[in-house]
Write a protein that binds this ligand. Structure first.
Ligand code: TGC
Ligand code: FAD
Length: 399
């Protein structure tokens, strides 16, 4: 039997439990009522800090911030529910899903997994509420795909830490109350002489720490993107995340966010496909509905197939993750496939909409432009191909 949604010919909705479906419906209503009416404006004018903070509070009130984490005010849902929430948020806009995934999967996950009890108590409840915003600073101007090359350094001065460096393309950087900043320890005796990678919690307003917004973006406009500058930022001894001292720390956080994106990208694709089906049924070309032409139907059939295959892939990863068994390379397969297919679907839907498709009256080009960022962040498609290539051949193409 087909599923609840008219696009769900395979009936994949039936793979969901009742609680999972309830969460999905709640987030879908939130997006339709509270988010969708503003999207064209946010895209056209950019999302300002005030609107982003308000959105964060509303998402927090709904229990979406750090929703798959346990304790400290977090909802403690399963991974599939988190994925479904990402999908519904991204059916609105990838920028809205970004707000929630950076907060929950990157900043909160880092503190929850690698933080001290004091750090968890101090930050997590407010972040779960959405009254405090976190960002995650890994990428640098010269080191994106290869974070191991980072130049940001942390040195000891007495008991204090002093941080110097620059982080680039940081979601929510200039509106964050706390930045999780990854830096190498400047101590030749540390690790292999390169210095271990450690995470630091940098509260907004710390002297020497500034964040400037990246402007003139053509993608992810409903999201704040920033550059973080750390110029002799002095932090107390307890600012470091105590439980990890390697790149494994930030890369573990990325697995969480990449998992959410595997579901999320499908939301953007679904929104485009819905729009294209509706449009094709009502638009007349050559005196007939556009939907009655075989070329149109072939496009719609192929896109539906990819959307539903993508959902099966995401659900498989979700069930593995809930069983505690998902591997990073499996998440790479999901992120690689679902973002790439979502972007193809968004572009193909835009063709069905003709000229109307280039405006903000319809979501297809907005989603396609956003998905260009999604294809790049959280590991570019090439990085994920190489992770899979390494798993298949045993050869690392990175080193
Ligand atoms: P490698 O030498 O292989 O490993 C170093 C250490 O990390 C461990 N590790 C992982 N741990 C957990 N999860 C993973 N996926 C892991 N991959 C590696 C590994 O076991 C080792 O641990 P240890 O304890 O032995 O030290 O690392 P490498 O330098 O060769 O890196 C491999 C590569 C290229 C795959 C990695 O650097 C990578 O994934 N690069 C892409 C960087 C990236 O995705 N950046 C994203 C920044 S955040 C972001 O984009 C947010 S956008 C959010 C939004 O708005 O939604
Ligand atoms: P590069 O690494 O310079 O790559 C350029 C090109 O080279 C890509 O096509 C890449 O695939 C390719 N390439 C790289 N290495 C190889 C290789 N070995 N073989 C073949 N091809 C290769 N980062 C954060 O830390 N926190 C955030 O919150 C965050 N938010 C972001 C928000 C937005 C809107 C965007 C666009 C980015 C964000 N990022 C964030 C940064 C993002 O993670 C990086 O852009 C991404 O990791 C790629 O790095 P890069 O842009 O430096 O590209």
């Amino acid at each position: 039997t087909a599923g609840v949604s008219p696009l769900d010919l395979l009936g994949v909705d039936h793979l969901l439990g009742e609680d999972e479906r309830d969460i999905q419906d709640t987030v879908r209503r939130f997006v339709d009522d509270r988010v969708r009416p503003h999207l064209a404006d946010w895209y056209e004018s950019g999302l300002d800090g005030g609107a982003a903070r308000e959105l964060a509070r509303e998402a927090g009130a709904l229990g979406l911030m750090g929703m798959h984490l346990d304790g400290y005010g977090c909802a403690g849902t399963n991974a599939v529910s988190y994925g479904l929430a990402c999908m519904e948020l991204e059916a609105g806009d990838s920028g809205v899903r970004s707000l929630v995934s950076v907060q929950g999967s990157l900043a909160m996950y880092a503190i929850r997994t690698f933080g001290s009890e004091e750090q968890k108590q101090r930050w997590l409840p407010g972040m779960a509420e959405g009254s405090l915003i976190g960002c995650f600073g890994l990428t640098e101007p010269d080191f994106g795909s290869n974070p191991a090359g980072m130049r940001t350094r942390a040195r000891r001065d007495g008991d204090d830490w002093v941080l110097d460096g620059t982080k680039m393309w940081i979601t929510n950087g200039s509106i964050a109350d706390v930045a999780v900043v990854w830096a190498r320890i400047e101590d030749p005796a540390d690790g292999d002489g390169q210095g271990a990678v450690r995470g630091f919690l940098v509260p907004a307003g710390t002297p020497g720490f500034t964040a400037g917004e990246v402007t003139r973006k053509l993608s992810l406009r409903a999201s704040v993107t920033s550059e973080l500058v750390l110029d002799g930022v002095r932090l107390p001894a307890d600012a470091v995340l105590p439980e990890v001292a390697s790149l494994r720390g930030p890369l573990s956080c990325l697995n969480e966010a990449r998992f959410g994106i595997t579901f999320g990208a499908l939301g953007a694709a679904r929104d485009c496909l819905h729009t294209a089906v509706d449009y094709a049924r009502s638009r007349e070309v050559f005196d007939r509905p556009l939907a009655s032409f075989q070329l149109t139907q072939a496009k719609l059939a192929d896109m539906t197939l990819e959307l539903q295959k993508g959902f099966l892939l995401a659900m498989h990863l979700g069930r593995l993750k809930d069983a505690g068994d998902v591997e990073p390379r499996q998440v790479s397969l999901g992120k690689l496939n679902n973002v790439r297919e979502a972007l193809d679907i968004a572009r193909e839907c835009r063709t069905i909409l003709g000229a109307s498709g280039i405006t903000l009256e319809y979501p297809a080009l907005r989603h396609a432009n956003n998905l260009e960022s999604v294809l790049t962040y959280e590991g570019t498609s090439e990085v994920h191909q190489l992770v899979v290539g390494q798993a298949l051949t045993g050869e690392s193409a990175f080193t």
